[in-house]
Design a binder for this molecule. Structure first.
Ligand SMILES: Cc1cc2nc3c(=O)[nH]c(=O)nc-3n(C[C@H](O)[C@H](O)[C@H](O)COP(=O)(O)OP(=O)(O)OC[C@H]3O[C@@H](n4cnc5c(N)ncnc54)[C@H](O)[C@@H]3O)c2cc1C
Ligand SMILES: NC(=O)c1ccc[n+]([C@@H]2O[C@H](COP(=O)([O-])OP(=O)(O)OC[C@H]3O[C@@H](n4cnc5c(N)ncnc54)[C@H](O)[C@@H]3O)[C@@H](O)[C@H]2O)c1
Length: 475
């Protein structure tokens, strides 16, 4: 049994903790899978590296509307895949080498699956087949989450072939058809990529809308636009998945009754569960909530002294920028027990990298109504600002919600070109407590840039003093 000052489990955002401040401390890093975690290897980065070529393919198809008659001749899947993972795998290998190398003499990397066996005692099943046990004064639980496989015959028992986001990006060839199970982020982004690459996509969602955690107007428009691009089956349940001659066969039940669907490939994208139970954190006394997340306070401390948690294992938002933020908080708090800093989860933004793109921050209109929050709102269409009009945008918009008494922003929800980039000034305004009026009027907005969407949305909000206390909206 080897003892360490600090044990970090997981090399996603957890790997950013060791630095010169920790030079005098012995550190164990435990990693069961690829070095660098989900975002780098199987998450944000590779998916967005597929999204960009998908956008290029879409642009070739759509250019004709504006007089550029381009043609999409072929999508070289193996070429795209190998370019992406050629770059990513090198970073993964470099990251591992760096931590194992002479630059980090105080760090020991354990390549294997860790599992608590007692108070601050971790057993690690190493990839060489041996097992080792380590203890630590302090622990950082940064072990992320894993894809949930629904309890459907053929899936849970592994009888039928299927992919998750962990494997789909490395398949050998572009399938002719794919069924995407799930209506959330991962399903939306992969349905977009495969559809743009010319694959026949069928997306199955059990709810009445895709991306139903978004503002309802955004989710409704996205669902309508997705259904124009590929087959979307809503209110549909899968009862069985079977292997077929060339792929898979699914029995589904929906508004059209029972039917059998076939495709070359099935992608299951039905949520991600924190890895806390797999790590047996309860054996070191760490409490979990009803979602299986590690419970942390605002300083990222668990209920056990000296054990911190960050990222997907404990966060309500499974997002890389949240995991990174929390890692910075944990890094500080490990070194400054008498001057702790708190995580800031007030305004967590997120984007879905689809076509159209979606971005959001703060409360949705539905949430404002159900929580009884007084608000005013303005929905600004892209087509009514110069850059949107010029590109003949149809139907896309930014909706902003503000407090009628103070003029402070409550939320922003965009669907349309560059939505993820466009809403950043609104995230900034919310974070720094700037009023909608000040943000709109006390700076220049570049003309004719897409950012004028934000300026016009804010100018369209009723002024705070004129506003009634009840909700008002301007469209
Ligand atoms: C397909 C996909 C696309 C995504 N796209 C985006 C995006 O565009 N933007 C965004 O903000 N977020 C995105 N996310 C979410 C983002 O990837 C995660 O929120 C983020 O990576 C979580 O970081 P983490 O450090 O908490 O965990 P991870 O990065 O998952 O790191 C945890 C590490 O712990 C290791 N581990 C787990 N259990 C053990 C154990 N018992 N012993 C040892 N090691 C263990 C794992 O192998 C893993 O390497 C995406 C996720 C997916 C799946
Ligand atoms: N662009 C981004 O920031 C990005 C991209 C991908 C993933 N992520 C993160 O990763 C998380 C996980 O993504 P996800 O898409 O797997 O989860 P999600 O929570 O976004 O969506 C899960 C979907 O699966 C459906 N579902 C759940 N159980 C089901 C079942 N038994 N049968 C059928 N459908 C079922 C849900 O109704 C929902 O539509 C996201 O919540 C997000 O935080 C972020």
């Amino acid at each position: 049994m080897t003892h360490f000052d600090l044990v970090i489990i997981g090399t996603g955002s957890g790997n950013s903790i060791p630095g010169p401040e920790f030079d005098g401390q012995s550190i164990a890093i435990v990693e069961a899978g690829l070095f660098g975690g989900t975002c780098l290897n199987v998450g944000c980065i590779p998916t967005k590296m597929f999204v960009h070529p998908a956008e290029l393919a879409d642009a070739a198809r759509q250019g004709k509307n504006l007089g550029v008659d381009a043609q999409l001749n072929a999508v070289d899947w193996p070429g795209i895949r190998d370019r992406i993972f050629g770059r990513i795998d090198a970073i993964e290998a470099g990251g591992r080498e760096y931590r194992e190398g002479p630059e980090n003499p105080n760090v020991t990397v354990f390549s294997g699956h860790g599992r608590f066996t007692g108070m601050k005692t971790l057993s690690v099943d190493l990839h060489d087949g041996s097992t080792t046990e380590i203890t630590g004064d302090q622990f950082v639980l940064a072990a992320g989450a894993h894809a949930v496989i629904p309890d459907v015959p053929g899936l849970v028992d592994g009888a039928a072939p299927f992919h998750t986001s962990d494997t789909i990006m490395r398949i050998d060839e572009l399938p002719k058809s794919i069924i995407v199970l799930g209506g959330g982020y991962i399903a939306a982004e992969f349905a977009h990529v495969f559809s743009s690459f010319g694959v026949q996509v069928t997306q199955i969602a059990r709810g009445h809308q895709l991306l139903k955690s978004q503002d309802q107007d955004v989710a409704a428009l996205f669902t309508t636009e997705a259904a124009k691009r590929y087959t979307v089956l809503l209110n549909t349940q899968v009862s069985e998945v079977r292997p077929a001659d060339t792929g898979v066969e699914l029995s589904v039940d929906g508004p059209e009754g029972a039917q059998t669907l076939r495709a070359d490939v099935l992608l299951v994208a039905t949520g991600r569960q924190p890895n806390a139970e797999r790590l047996a954190v309860e054996l070191t006394g760490v409490a979990l909530d009803t979602h299986g997340r590690v419970v942390v306070d605002e300083y990222q401390r668990t209920n056990v002294e000296g054990i911190f948690a960050l990222g997907d294992i404990s966060a309500a938002h499974q997002l890389k920028h949240v995991a990174n933020h929390e890692a910075r908080v944990v890094k500080h708090n490990l070194k400054h027990p008498d001057a702790l800093i708190a995580s800031d989860h007030r305004f967590v933004p997120a984007a879905v990298f689809t076509n159209p793109q979606i971005a959001s921050v703060g409360v949705t209109e539905h949430e404002a109504i159900t929580r009884g929050i007084a608000y005013v709102s303005k929905t600004q269409n892209y087509s009514d600002i110069a850059a949107g009009w010029a590109r003949e945008d149809h139907g896309h918009f930014l909706k902003v919600l503000a407090d009628p008494a103070t003029g402070l922003l409550l939320g922003a929800h965009a669907i349309g070109p560059e939505a993820a980039t466009i809403i950043q000034p609104l995230i900034q305004a919310m974070s720094f407590g700037q009023t909608a009026h000040d943000v709109a009027t006390k700076q220049y907005w570049i003309h004719p840039a897409l950012s004028e969407l934000v300026e016009n949305a804010l100018l369209g909000l009723p002024a705070p003093l004129d506003a009634p206390s009840a909700s008002t909206s301007a469209n």
